[in-house]
Design a protein around this ligand. Structure first.
Ligand SMILES: C[S@@+](CC[C@H](N)C(=O)[O-])C[C@H]1O[C@@H](n2cnc3c(N)ncnc32)[C@H](O)[C@@H]1O
Length: 321
């Protein structure tokens, strides 16, 4: 794929294999990529679809929708109509590959999006949680702590409050709990105390300021093994400002209804809390049959090629009733 996105899709072969799209079907099929990101998984899923099939791509981040719209416009056959007329970020196209619709929203809104856009029940829904490498490369929103970008960390900047605003007012204990639970950071209390002390004279406003502060709080400084010691704190704040676990919990309750009988739900998680939510929800839902007793993990080759994949876990369930 041409490089307007730097994101490498994880567990790609496994996603295609478990999508169930190779099973013979005569009627048109609908695939929902609920976390479009750089469009990597979506692009490969499109290759498995026919002109009368549907691909729906959803992302909370308007930038992701714009990037993928531009990418698909460029890569899909020249006889295809453009995916969108920029600057619209909600787009539909009938093309010689399959019908594609890209929507800026949360995957948890899928039931109402299906009604609003007359989307048929899905044969496959994919969620690939977390953030994309494109977001990490974006210097303006603070995902990359090696830059001076504003510490925002929201996927959708119209929702909720930025991480900088959260740090300016949150109670110290609550902050320590967030860093501990969502970041699994042993030095959460120390980091929370340093943030609260610092804000008395100058609040943390940029990613770089937060990273420097964390480096000073964590024994051994900046690098812990192969990862930067600020990674866990940034992850925790990102999960908190985006309310990520709540979106996931609500979605898993709602998504079985969005599947056609025999349709598959594939979820890739990167965090133990997310994986626990997915594992229990899939097991407890009486409309789903779990197809992966144990999560599918990336191969050694994949983790070597793409270190970001190392904590990925794929779970798959099928709608039975
Ligand atoms: C790991 S990336 C997905 C990468 C994609 N599978 C690919 O191959 O390029 C995760 C994406 O999910 C988006 N996202 C996170 N939470 C979301 C939600 N609740 N609803 C929709 N998109 C979400 C992020 O903005 C990010 O672009």
């Amino acid at each position: 794929m041409a490089p307007t996105t730097v994101h490498i899709p994880v567990l790609l072969q496994e996603v295609i294999q478990w999508s169930g799209l190779d099973r013979s079907r005569t009627e048109s099929r609908t695939v929902v990529d609920g976390t479009l990101g750089g469009g990597g998984h979506a692009w490969h899923l499109i290759q498995a679809l026919q002109p009368h099939d549907f691909l729906i791509g959803i992302d909370r981040d308007a930038g992701a929708i714009e990037r993928v719209t531009e990418l698909f416009d460029r890569l899909l056959p020249p006889n295809a109509e453009p995916v969108s007329d920029p600057p619209t970020i909600q787009a539909e196209s009938t093309r010689s590959t399959c019908r594609i619709r890209l929507i800026q929203s949360s995957y948890r809104e899928l039931p109402s999006l299906m009604v609003d856009h007359a989307i048929p029940k899905a044969d496959c829904i994919l969620l690939d949680l977390g953030l994309s490498s494109d977001q990490l490369e974006d210097t303006s929103r603070g995902f990359s702590f090696r830059t001076g970008g504003t510490l925002d960390l929201r996927f959708c900047t119209d929702e909720g409050i930025s991480a900088a605003d959260l740090l300016a007012k949150i109670d110290e204990k609550e902050l320590a709990d967030i860093i501990y639970q969502f970041g699994e950071e042993r030095f959460s209390r120390r980091i929370a105390r340093a943030i609260v002390e610092r804000r008395r004279h100058s609040p943390v406003r940029t990613a770089e300021e937060l990273a420097d502060l964390v480096h000073r709080c964590v024994p051994g400084g900046k690098i812990h093994g192969r990862i930067d010691s600020a990674t866990r704190t940034f992850q925790a704040l990102r999960i908190a400002v985006n309310n990520e676990l709540e979106h996931l919990k609500t979605a898993i309750e709602r998504l079985p209804d969005c599947l056609a009988p025999g349709g598959r739900l594939l979820i890739i998680s990167f965090h133990s809390l997310e994986d626990r939510i997915v594992k229990h929800a899939m097991r407890e839902c009486d409309r789903l049959q779990v197809l992966t007793k144990k999560p599918i993990l990336p191969s050694d080759g994949e983790t070597y090629e793409n270190p970001r994949s190392r904590s990925a876990k794929l779970r798959v369930a099928e709608r039975i009733v």
